[in-house]
Design a protein around this ligand. Structure first.
Ligand SMILES: Nc1nc2c(c(=O)[nH]1)N[C@H]1C(S)=C(S)[C@@H](COP(=O)(O)O)O[C@H]1N2
Ligand SMILES: [Mo]
Length: 434
């Protein structure tokens, strides 16, 4: 089975994909080779994945042949195991979640956005997967997922991941790239081991300054020597308590498009730091210069520039923490409502906590504080809610602004940058009250 059969555009067309290679299709969508044994019966993790995807247990699963597309999916072009995502690009696959589908305190796996830079690997087998840790370490090592589980403390944390380009769609003049609106953000519960524990076991040499991450996905060009993306973080960030090497998502396996069977989760920093399909981490004595670490990738001008202005690449800096931001997840934009409305959403600020969220329904003339939860743990987003009583029938906008532990708040408009990163302007939703 080869991954060129699983081009993301075919992933939209289940019939083509399953017809071309039923075993690869089973594997890609149901995530585990055990889905179909030699006789074609569903088993083990495959059965669990199938049940999760069709939304119920499958009492007659023994009769289900391998390669059978569940009829519930057979009529639509859907991303299997994803629910309601908006497709932005099919090669590479990129899909975001509408804000009102991000209402849960913890994002269910089917609603976690997908941001791929290349073509996902064909093999995502947790039994044979290995992670190599090398470079400037005392004891280079190659670990299976079973090794990770047995040698290190296994923990579960709610950790927010936001793509550096979330909100790019609102830059003027437009910035090239996926036109993310609001939904390239999610907060799943990730299960795994701390990166710092693994690096500690390998022995970080004193001259290390940066990590370098390698995944198993292929470059869009098909050239085997080219990586679609290879990012890293300063060693101090890598050694913080909430950076995980994860093998579980929301109590189940990681979704194939979210990096199964092993990925990094670096909360609070651009999502690109959270390498999916993680194969190798090596430590370096220089700032990593892998794919999408240089030029204008995940970098912004050092100083404020005019919209459309050209900047030398030397005057760009690598994005580190993501800025303070909030998202209104209820009501949905444009919803019809009565006068009494519960406003709900999430707020986050990379490496900081959010101390307050304010809500306005009069275009920012007055603001009221929302009730704000503490983060589930360091690196989780924080949930907020506010009961609003609108004075009369008519058109309103609900605005939200978060304030973080350093006193930073969200702007009405942000400075333009060439690639459209770091848009943390206030979120607004329209309401029609009758
Ligand atoms: N191997 C690999 N890791 C990757 C990427 C990728 O294309 N390949 N995309 C990165 C980017 S840019 C983001 S925003 C996050 C998105 O994670 P998700 O697709 O699970 O939401 O994964 C990151 N890790
Ligand atoms: Mo990203």
């Amino acid at each position: 089975m080869s991954m060129d059969k699983f081009s993301p555009s075919e992933a939209q067309d289940l019939h083509t994909f399953f017809a071309a290679d039923p075993v690869a299709a089973d594997y890609a969508f149901f995530g585990r080779k055990s889905y179909a044994d030699r006789r074609g019966f569903l088993r083990g993790a495959g059965l669990t994945a199938m049940a999760a995807m069709v939304g119920a247990a499958v009492p007659f699963h023994r009769n289900m042949p391998a390669g059978l597309i569940p009829a519930v999916y057979a009529d639509a072009a859907v991303l299997v195991g994803k629910d309601g995502l908006t497709l932005l690009n099919d090669r590479p696959l990129n899909a975001e979640t509408p804000p009102h589908l991000l209402d849960d305190p913890i994002t269910p796996t089917p609603r976690h956005f997908i941001r791929n830079n290349g073509i996902p690997p064909s093999e995502m087998d947790s039994n044979t997967w290995t992670l190599t840790v090398d470079g400037l370490v005392d004891r280079p090592m190659t670990l299976s997922i079973a090794d990770l589980r047995s040698r290190f403390e296994v923990i579960t944390m709610a950790l927010a991941i936001e793509c550096g380009g979330n909100g790019r769609a609102f830059f003027e003049p437009p910035a090239r790239g996926n036109q993310w609106t609001y939904g390239a953000v999610a907060c799943s519960e990730w299960t795994g081991v701390r990166l710092k524990d693994v690096l500690g076991a390998a022995g970080v040499q004193p001259n290390v300054v940066y990590t370098a991450h390698v995944g198993a996905d292929a470059h869009l060009s098909g050239q085997p020597d080219k990586l679609p993306i290879s990012r890293g973080v300063p060693i101090a960030k890598a050694m913080t308590d909430n950076v995980l090497i994860a093998f579980g998502q929301n109590g189940g396996p990681i979704h194939p498009m979210n990096g199964a069977p092993l990925r990094l989760v670096v909360p609070g920093w651009p999502g690109s730091c959270s390498q999916k399909w993680l194969r190798r981490i090596y430590l370096r004595d220089v700032v990593h210069d892998g794919a999408k670490m240089t030029g204008a990738s995940y970098r912004v001008p050092r100083r404020k520039i005019e919209p459309g202005e050209k900047v030398d690449k030397e005057n760009f800096v690598i994005i580190e923490r993501m800025p303070v931001k909030s998202l209104i997840t209820h009501p949905a934009n444009g919803a019809a409502a009565g006068r009494a409305v519960e406003v709900r959403g999430h707020a986050w600020s990379g490496d900081r906590t959010v101390t307050a969220v304010d809500v306005s329904y009069d275009f920012g003339a007055t603001w009221m504080p929302a009730a704000l939860d503490a983060p589930a743990n360091d690196g989780a987003w924080q949930n907020f809610r506010a009961n609003v009583m609108l004075p009369a029938a008519g058109y309103y906008e609900i605005w939200a602004r978060a304030i973080d532990s350093a006193g930073m708040t969200q702007p009405h408009a942000i400075d333009w940058n060439p690639k459209g990163y770091l848009n943390n302007t206030m979120h607004r939703v329209a309401l029609r009250v009758s």
